[in-house]
Every structure is written in structure tokens, then in C-alpha cells.
Design a protein around this ligand. Structure first.
Ligand code: NI
Length: 275
């Protein structure tokens, strides 16, 4: 996910069997997003534009008695199964599931990276860094990206929309295993974290215990690692819990998309099991 030695400029793309296009086809992605947002009756808001392309927020007509959940993806352009997974989820999730929570989406944050199939944006910035102060690597002190500045300008709104949980969907192109970063206001991982980890493990063997990108990982979980990512920032701003899921870029792309959609469902279902 977040490693200074990763090559942020290498390009990756996969042919998508279900969508019938390449994984970096932004016009096709946008057209499908418009169609599915309409079908789900989600309000389409442009939070801002980077190099002429919109960062889109999708919001439901919210009901006050339901949990507020925020699903974000596409921070890193070589991790396309998150954004395509949002489409799969919008297409396949039941109406009953949608009716149980106020689910908002940031479907694709780093459009220039996505279109290039490249981790970093066109300015060479990491859009999942610089949201907040962090201890650790020097890359954490570089400040927000162009995309990050737009999200920061909507901090209050995003915190409200993700009040009861934030899910950020990533991939790791270097591995064949799945894993999860998670944040809870507890000393050990609870059902929220374990449910997402287990959903990932339905599709992929979990990364062995040890280290990933300099973080200790155990049972497929990196827990409460305070970096300067979007999800760490959301926790700082007061959301109840957050997670960043990682599907393996070395596995079949359609399985990765399916896994992302299933993890989104698990994320929503978990908000009732353990409110
Ligand atoms: Ni990532």
C-alpha cells in the first residue's frame, strides 16, 4: 500500500472480462458510474477538479436513524479493483442492504493515476499521504496532494458521511496475498476488523505474519498504524472506525473486483452487527 521504495511511476493495466475494457479506461468508468449512480438514486457532487477531471462524491438521501458509512477508493492508480469494485457493488448489492445504511462513495480519487495505470498522480504525488501529521517515514511529511487538498476542503462533510465507519479500498501489486489495515478505538482488533479480514480471506490467502511496508502484520491485519493516509486522517477527525483493504495485484483482476464488492457488503453488514 504505502512504501517509499515502491515504484510509483510503473504502469499496470489489466483487461476486464466483465466490463469488456481495460482497467484504466476512465471514460468508460465514468459512464458506468453515471449510470449506476442514477439507478441507485445517489446525488452526484463534484468536490473539485484536478487537471480538469472531477473528484466525485455520491451521497444517498440520508435517513437520520441509519449509520453513516463512507466507501472510498482509487487513491493509487495501479490499484483498479477498488474503483471497479464500487461499480460491482452498486450493481449487485441488494436494495435491502442499501436501505439499512446511509452509504456514500468517493469512487475514484486519483483519476490521472487511474487513467495511466500508475500509482502516483500526474504531478508525481502520492494521493494517500500528507492528510495529517504522522510519525515515521520522511514521505509522511510532504503535505497533501492536489486530490488531498480537495478532500481536506470538505473535511467536515466527509467526517459526517463516514461517522460510523470508513472503508478505503486499495490493492498491493507486489503480492499474491490479501491483508487489511484497520483502525479501531481499542487495543486489539475487534469484529469490524476481523470481518473485513475474513471477507478478504474468502478470496485470497492472507499475507504471512511479519512486516509489510515497514508495518508489523499479524493474522492478515496491520492494526492502528498511524500514518498520514486518508483513513488515518478520518480517524483523527473522529469517525468511529476505519479500514484500508488490500487485494493482491498478482491475482486475477476479476476475482479482485469481486472481492472488493464482497468486502463492501461485509463493511455495511458489520455496521449493524457491532454498532
Ligand atoms: Ni494503495
Amino acid at each position: 500500500m504505502n512504501e517509499p521504495t515502491r515504484d510509483g511511476k510503473q504502469t499496470y493495466r489489466w483487461q476486464l472480462p466483465v466490463e469488456g475494457c481495460a482497467s484504466n479506461n476512465w471514460p468508460r468508468y465514468q459512464a458506468r458510474l453515471v449510470e449506476l449512480a442514477e439507478r441507485r438514486q445517489l446525488q452526484w457532487t463534484e468536490l473539485g477538479r484536478v487537471a480538469g477531471q472531477p473528484i466525485v462524491l455520491l451521497q444517498p438521501a440520508s435517513a437520520p436513524d441509519r449509520p453513516n458509512l463512507l466507501i472510498a477508493s482509487g487513491f493509487h492508480g495501479e490499484e483498479p479493483a477498488g474503483p471497479w469494485g464500487v461499480l460491482r457493488f452498486l450493481e449487485t448489492a441488494t436494495d435491502a442492504l442499501f436501505a439499512r445504511a446511509n452509504i456514500s462513495f468517493l469512487p475514484l480519487v486519483n483519476i490521472s493515476g487511474f487513467a495511466a495505470g500508475r500509482r502516483l498522480n500526474d504531478a508525481g504525488q502520492n494521493p494517500n499521504r500528507g492528510f495529517c501529521p504522522a510519525s515515521g517515514a520522511s514521505e509522511d511529511h510532504t503535505g497533501p496532494s492536489h486530490e488531498g487538498l480537495i478532500l481536506q476542503a470538505h473535511a467536515e462533510l466527509l467526517t459526517q458521511l463516514g461517522r460510523d465507519g470508513v472503508l478505503s479500498c486499495h490493492e498491493d501489486v507486489l503480492v499474491e496475498h490479501g491483508y487489511v489495515y484497520s483502525f479501531e478505538r481499542s487495543a486489539v482488533p475487534g469484529p469490524f476488523t476481523r470481518t473485513l479480514r475474513d471477507a478478504n480471506a474468502r478470496f485470497f490467502a492472507l499475507l504471512p505474519d511479519g512486516e509489510v511496508d515497514g508495518c508489523p502484520i499479524r493474522d492478515g491485519i496491520v492494526f492502528n498504524h498511524a500514518d498520514s493516509s486518508f483513513e488515518a486522517w478520518m480517524m483523527q477527525l473522529g469517525v468511529r472506525r476505519a479500514a484500508c483493504t488490500e487485494t493482491p495485484g498478482k491475482q486475477d483482476v476479476d476475482v479482485r473486483i469481486a472481492a472488493n464488492a464482497v468486502m463492501m457488503s461485509a463493511f455495511v453488514e458489520q455496521s449493524f452487527v457491532s454498532p
